[in-house]
Design a protein around this ligand. Structure first.
Ligand code: PFF
Length: 444
């Protein structure tokens, strides 16, 4: 462990972890699931899930990584041996590695759409198109496997290059530039949206909850999204935590990550919905909200091209800083396991994920008839990872951190008094009960 790399500072860890958390989940997925589930009421449930389940599990995940100073598989293995617990816990390490492969394969395809739209807005090639033509453009992108493949490949190569350079010269350098830029662009976009008359309508939509659209399925989606957006349950936060010095206090850092992530999700909503409402478009149009409704709205507004470029660039930065954190635990595990160089492992893993991604992008065109339990490959992977695998991984992490590690004086979390009690109750009882009940009802 002596030669293990560490972050240059806590601040850099914070940037990288916020970079992981803030991604397509915040800017693409959050607004459209809010739109699909009726606005304010859904946001309320989501905020509850973040506070009662997300933050406690986030603390648990960073804690496990920091204590183990190792990748997720080695972390569960070594710590279980150290505290004489069952070796069974390592299942959650392997589950995380598998989930990483699956998530990145579809994440990269969606990130590719943001590259396509960045290129569209740079060339201003949708100028003069009416609503129907803008919709047709997105449908033609989805229908064209070579176009999807091109952007998916470029995105995977970028991700592989950054992860291949390692923690300090890859991830640290990238987030040092990307995250401040992301915040600046987002704030400019929100200020722009506040100038529209429809901004007030957006505030209404967020603040007046319509509980009639809430059902158990919506609650499951809110919970799954809390895991997805905080990058929980697959070892991403664990591996980032493992690059912290062993004596770093983590509670405040974890709150910082969750608060910034939630802020970006809400601000993205405040930037996007006023544009949608200004053009009387449907907020509930689903995954195509950003790629059909938003371009439609942008093109009709002053400086639409400029804000379109800013928006899709923002989406790209957010996606890359998350993608590297999905790849890192998988790579860290395989480097340690096989003793191959980082470069070799990153290329091999990148190639496998790229291949799975081809299956995903074909599900929009040639393989659209291939169904898994009634859904196409893309929807199935999204649903399986966010609503089943991540909560399951989070369950393992929460139970292991509290009942196994923290119970043992040698590996306790080092919190005391009331904060410790609250964290313990939330992580050992509340989160597991919530995950099991919601998953059970949602799946039935
Ligand atoms: N948190 C990222 C987002 O909201 O887009 C997605 C993600 C990153 C999920 C890392 C899981 C993960 F381990």
């Amino acid at each position: 462990m002596k030669n293990r790399q560490h972050w240059s500072s806590r601040y850099v860890f914070l940037l990288a972890a916020i970079g992981s958390a803030v991604g397509l989940g915040n800017i693409w997925k959050f607004p459209y699931i809010v739109g699909e589930h009726g606005g304010g009421a859904f946001i309320l449930v989501y905020l509850l899930c973040i506070t009662l389940v997300g933050i406690p599990v986030l603390i648990a995940e960073v804690f496990i990584g920091k204590t183990a100073q190792a990748n997720p598989v080695a972390a569960f293995t070594n710590l279980a041996i150290q505290v004489k617990a069952s070796r069974f816990w390592v299942i959650f390490g392997y589950l995380g590695v598998l989930t990483g492969f699956l998530i990145l394969s579809f994440y990269s395809v969606v990130a590719g759409w943001s590259l396509e739209y960045l290129s569209v807005f740079l060339q201003n090639s949708l100028l003069g198109f009416d609503a129907k033509a803008i919709e047709d453009h997105f449908l033609s992108v989805l229908a064209s496997a070579p176009t999807l493949l091109l952007w998916h490949s470029i995105f995977m190569v970028l991700t592989v290059i950054i992860v291949g350079r390692g923690i300090k010269s890859g991830i640290e350098k990238m987030v040092g530039i990307a995250m401040p830029l992301l915040f600046i662009i987002l704030i400019i976009l929100v200020i722009y949206a506040t100038q529209l008359d429809s901004f007030a309508q957006t505030l209404h939509y967020f603040l007046d909850p319509d509980f009639s659209k809430l059902n158990t399925q919506a609650v499951l989606i809110a919970l799954g999204h809390a895991f997805f957006t905080l990058s929980l349950g697959m070892g991403a936060m664990m591996i980032y935590g493992s690059y912290l010095q062993k004596n770093t206090p983590i509670v405040r850092l974890s709150f910082g990550i969750a608060i910034m992530d939630t802020l970006v999700a809400l601000l993205s909503g405040l930037a996007i919905f006023p544009l949608i409402f200004a053009h009387h478009l449907e907020p509930s149009s689903g995954p195509s909200l950003l790629f059909i409704s938003l371009p439609n709205a942008l093109l009709a507004l002053p400086f639409g091209q400029f804000f379109g470029i800013a928006f899709f660039f923002l989406l790209l930065i957010a996606a890359i800083s998350s993608a590297v954190s999905i790849l890192e635990p998988v790579v860290a595990y395989l480097v340690q396991k096989t003793q191959y160089s980082r470069g070799k492992i990153v290329s091999m893993v990148g190639a496998i994920i790229w291949l799975i991604g081809i299956g995903v992008l074909l599900s929009f065109n040639h393989w659209s008839e291939v169904k898994i339990l009634g859904n196409n490959i893309f929807d199935s992977l999204d649903y399986l990872t966010a609503n089943i695998l991540l909560p399951l991984g989070g369950l393992g992490i929460a139970l292991f951190a509290t009942w196994i590690l923290d119970k043992n004086p040698k590996t306790s979390i080092g919190m005391v008094g009331i904060p410790h009690k609250i964290w313990w109750l939330a992580t050992a009882f509340l989160a597991p009960v919530a995950i099991i009940t919601i998953a059970y009802n949602g799946l039935i």
